[in-house]
Design a protein around this ligand. Structure first.
Ligand SMILES: Cc1ncc(COP(=O)(O)O)c(C=O)c1O
Length: 384
């Protein structure tokens, strides 16, 4: 099979169905399978929590997109993250990026820490901080890059080198980049996770998650937990995610191009105090992003003069942009991370600024997106 992501997305794991030749993987909407005598399973199919052909196709496709041997799909990105943490075993010591998705922080601090895991947070973009923290010998280094919502860029290869030197495994949450823009396994990471709800699914119509690894033992444990815990995606959800993934490459190109135009506009606005986007040459993450990513992505964060009041005012009139949580879909979304996606960081000591607005640039016509941004900025200007 070709190594081109455009081709893999459409063909990997998706041989025509053998009975009819259906070019699309059917939705195997079944809970169980007939057996030819006790133990006589057909190609290992016994029960749909354990194995389902639509899920198998999705797992193989997404593993191929990440260049990994095994893909294990879950019912949400959070289920993938918690399955993965389970696979690493109890009482694990974790060094985590200090800007992670609020739900990841909530899982770590409110669920896993009380169960005995120990978390230390550091700015993993600072390699001296990594070197210091690594001396405390974590079992896992948890990277998110680009980060949600501050769009910091972690040098994956540099963190991997330092983590592997002390025997730690490296996980990369690559949701913001998608497999189109970044390949963490090729940079030495042990596992890559995605909320497939975002760019991979791409149409805001399905929630899901995936973990991809080439570590056979870890994959075996993950598959065991996928079945034992049962947080599996439904066949229809697997179908939707697989269907979305087929157009990942062309969507990502549009997301990146639209974001670049919007960033130009934001940078020129007197209402905007900071633009956080790794594509900007002045961005602290630019050099690393230019090296490890194949584009700068569709996510932009910016801060407005006038504080929370200006941010709230900006979000009252957003034109074609929908005010809502989530990201990575074909439609443009805007949100206030401090009050919405990252509200669960409250009290963590690393709250996001309250004048921060996060944009997920969709693939509508860029003129309409710019018009919406103008409306937001005009609103912010009225409050500041
Ligand atoms: C970076 C990142 N990781 C994980 C998740 C969790 O994914 P899900 O919402 O599919 O559970 C999100 C959700 O926004 C996210 O942005």
């Amino acid at each position: 099979m070709s190594n081109h992501i455009e081709t893999l997305a459409i063909h990997a794991g998706q041989e025509p169905e053998p009975i009819t030749g259906s070019v699309n993987v059917p939705i195997f909407q079944t809970s169980t399978y007939v057996q030819d005598g006790v133990g006589g399973m057909r190609n290992g199919h016994d029960y749909s929590r354990t194995i389902n052909p639509t899920r198998t196709a999705l797992q193989q496709c997404l593993a191929a997109l990440e260049g990994g041997r095994h893909g294990v799909a879950f019912s949400s990105g959070m289920a993938a993250i918690s399955g993965l943490m389970g696979a690493f075993g109890p009482m694990t010591r974790v060094l985590a990026m200090n800007d992670v998705y609020g739900g990841t922080y909530r899982l770590f601090s409110k669920v896993l820490e009380p169960q005995g895991h120990a978390f230390e947070y550091a700015d993993l973009t600072d390699l001296e901080a990594v070197e210091q923290a690594i001396t405390r010998r974590p079992a896992i280094v948890w990277v998110e890059t680009p980060t949600n919502p501050l769009l910091k860029v972690v040098d994956i290869a540099a963190v991997v080198e330092r983590a592997h030197a002390v025997g730690a495994k490296v996980v990369v949450d690559s949701t913001f980049a998608s497999p189109y823009l970044q390949s963490p396994l090729a940079l030495g990471a042990d596992v890559v996770v995605h909320s497939t709800t975002k760019y991979i699914g791409g149409h805001s119509d399905v929630v899901g998650g995936i973990a991809v690894t080439s570590d056979d033992a870890l994959a075996e444990r993950l598959v065991f937990l996928q079945n034992a815990i049962g947080s599996v995606p439904a066949p229809f959800d697997c179908f939707l995610t697989l269907r979305g993934a087929k157009t990942l490459a062309i969507r990502m190109r549009e997301h990146c191009a639209n974001a670049a135009r919007i960033v130009e506009h934001l940078v020129a606005s007197p209402v905007v105090s900071h633009v956080l986007y790794p594509g900007l040459e002045s961005d602290p993450g630019h050099a690393v992003a230019a090296r490890q990513m194949r584009g700068f992505g569709g996510m932009i964060s910016f801060r407005v003069h006038g504080g929370r009041a200006a941010a709230d005012r900006a979000l009252l009139d957003t034109g074609v942009w929908s005010l809502g949580e989530s990201l990575g879909g074909v439609e443009s979304l805007v949100e206030h991370p401090g009050a919405m996606t990252h509200a669960s960081l409250d009290g963590s000591g690393f709250e996001v600024p309250d004048d921060l607005i996060r944009l997920s640039a969709g693939i509508e016509h860029v003129d309409d997106l710019l018009e919406g941004v103008e409306r937001m900025l005009a609103g912010a200007a009225r409050a500041s």
